[in-house]
Ligand binder design. Structure first.
Ligand code: UGA
Ligand code: MN
Length: 254
């Protein structure tokens, strides 16, 4: 089965570093198709060239987040959901371009997380929806599904909003492609409650928690981390600009 990895990405100083790091992980995963969706009015040269250089199987799309939903620098991170329109654009692309008979699985791969190659092999043979722990998220070392003696999911070991139907980060689950194709309404929404993006999507594909496929050694192993890169310190760059001096990156892509 093929893994369809969906990555929303947006411009900031560290974007090329993030995408380089991520691509060098994904290049090591057999039978993976990378669907990269830029949060931009048009496809940028930076991402276009980076993707071409990987030699990977990929699709390059773009969809700009409407201004009213674009996160602002000064507001708290949780005020606006990120990547909603870009992930929906990728899901629509899959519905339009990938045969419902194909064996595959869909996984949401943010551009700043850290992925072990193991997570991809955990998800590859899912028949429905699979779940596993995510490290460094929700203010904890790890968030994970609560597993009973029969090896079934009974709830969620999280502190922030544990009563969500699916209290799991975007990096903690994947969906079988045939199941995905059977539910044409499954998508994300700007309108859902804060922190409910995962639940918004998964409610279309999962009737009850005991249907979930428990991966990563009964959810005892961490194969993905919700790392976040700090903003680049560009203090001197800003100073150059104020002094009307040439910027450091003229003629060189960073
Ligand atoms: C957490 C979750 O891990 C994300 O999956 C979830 O989308 C996000 O919260 C949310 O609040 O909606 P976090 O690290 O806070 O993640 O979010 P980012 O990494 O900043 O963004 C998630 C993805 O969306 C990234 O791939 C990022 O490049 C992309 N993004 C972010 C955009 O495409 N446009 C933006 O304006 C911001
Ligand atoms: Mn992130």
């Amino acid at each position: 089965p093929k893994i369809y990895a969906i990555t929303p990405t947006h411009y900031r100083a560290v974007q090329k570093a993030e995408l380089t790091r991520l691509s060098h992980t994904l290049m090591l995963v057999p039978n993976l198709h990378w669907v990269v969706v830029e949060d931009a009015e048009s496809k940028t040269d930076l991402v276009t060239k980076l993707l071409a250089k990987t030699g990977m199987s990929y699709s390059h799309l773009n969809a700009a987040t409407p201004k009213s939903w674009k996160p602002k620098a000064k507001e708290p991170r949780w005020v606006k959901p990120r990547g909603v329109l870009q992930r929906n654009t990728a899901l629509q692309w899959l519905r339009d371009n990938v045969s419902p008979n194909e064996d595959g699985v869909i996984y949401f791969v943010d551009d700043d997380n850290s992925y072990s190659l193991e997570v991809f092999e955990e998800m590859r043979y899912l028949k429905g929806v699979g779940v596993w722990p995510v490290g460094l998220v929700g203010g904890l070392m790890v968030e994970r599904p609560k597993i009973n003696a029969e090896g079934k999911v009974t709830g969620w070991l999280t502190v922030w909003s544990p009563n969500r139907p699916f209290a799991i980060d975007m990096a903690g689950f994947a969906i079988n492609l045939k199941l995905f194709h059977s539910k044409p309404n499954g998508k994300f929404s700007f309108e859902s409650e804060k922190g409910y993006q995962e639940s918004e999507l998964l409610k279309h594909f999962v009737g009850s928690l005991n249907e979930l496929e428990v991966k990563a050694d009964n959810c005892t192993k961490v194969f993905v981390w919700h790392t976040r890169t700090e903003q680049a310190n560009l203090a001197q760059e800003i100073k150059l600009r104020k002094e009307n001096k040439p910027r450091s990156d003229i003629g060189i892509e960073v």
